[in-house]
Design a protein around this ligand. Structure first.
Ligand code: AMP
Length: 216
């Protein structure tokens, strides 16, 4: 299955992707994770991306599209993939469509995770991530097993640089203005599957997601 995870920041795309990786072994392709790795490593690409990410704006297409194209060409994507955070504009979706067309492939499903804005702000500002294994926690809704320690044993959970309230509101504006038109774009192609995550725990969203994706 070639799957896109669509939804506002904090809707749980990364959390659901990690659960789907375990149950389907499809690779998760997160443009946000790839860009953050570039920023941390100080690559040219990371340098170009950083100021946009810190401001909560989208990174220019020329930085992101090449990354995705290279990743999709890798062997582990042959049997299917899960795109998390891409496409984020209709233009990116059109480019992806052409890219896949050239490979004789297409998007089979788009999972839309929908959550109210005010809940998103609470979710994102309390989010903490394990720098070692990538596990995602929330200080109140999904706390780590013990203070500042991941279940993998790593100590020192981190907050993403763009997970503060001011930047979150910018990211939500970017989502509503630039990304939400993808709901109609994929709706018109008959591949959109919607799950509401408002007020729900990750496991409940996961069960519903598997159902709408026909994964049992
Ligand atoms: P995410 O981890 O998906 O929330 O992405 C974090 C940040 O990375 C976003 O706020 C953007 O600045 C940037 N980013 C991630 N994916 C894309 C994309 N497909 N197009 C443009 N910018 C992106």
């Amino acid at each position: 299955m070639n799957l896109i995870l669509l939804g506002p920041p904090g809707a749980g795309k990364g959390t659901q992707a990690k659960k789907l990786v375990v149950s389907t072994s499809m690779p998760q392709i997160s443009t946000g994770d790839m860009l953050r790795a570039g920023v941390a490593a100080g690559t040219d690409l990371g340098k170009q991306a950083k100021e946009h990410m810190d401001a909560g704006r989208l990174v220019p297409d020329e930085v992101v599209i090449g990354l995705v194209e290279e990743r999709l060409a890798q062997a582990d994507c042959k049997e299917g993939f899960m795109l998390d955070g891409f496409p984020r504009t209709v233009h990116q979706a059109e480019i992806l469509e052409k890219m896949l067309d050239g490979m004789g492939r297409q998007i089979d499903n788009v999972l839309l995770l929908d959550v109210d804005d005010e809940e998103l702000v609470k979710r994102i500002t309390g989010r903490r991530t394990c720098g070692k294994c990538g596990a995602i926690y929330h200080l109140v809704f999904s706390p780590p097993p013990s203070d500042d320690t991941c279940s993998c044993g790593s100590i020192g959970l981190v907050q993403r640089a763009d997970d503060n309230e001011v930047t979150v509101r910018e990211r939500l504006t970017a989502y509503h203005d630039q990304t939400s038109p993808l709901i109609d774009f994929y709706g018109n192609r008959g591949v959109l599957r919607k799950v509401s995550g408002t007020g729900k725990k990750a496991d409940e969203v996961f069960e519903q997601s598997k159902k709408v994706l026909g994964l049992g």
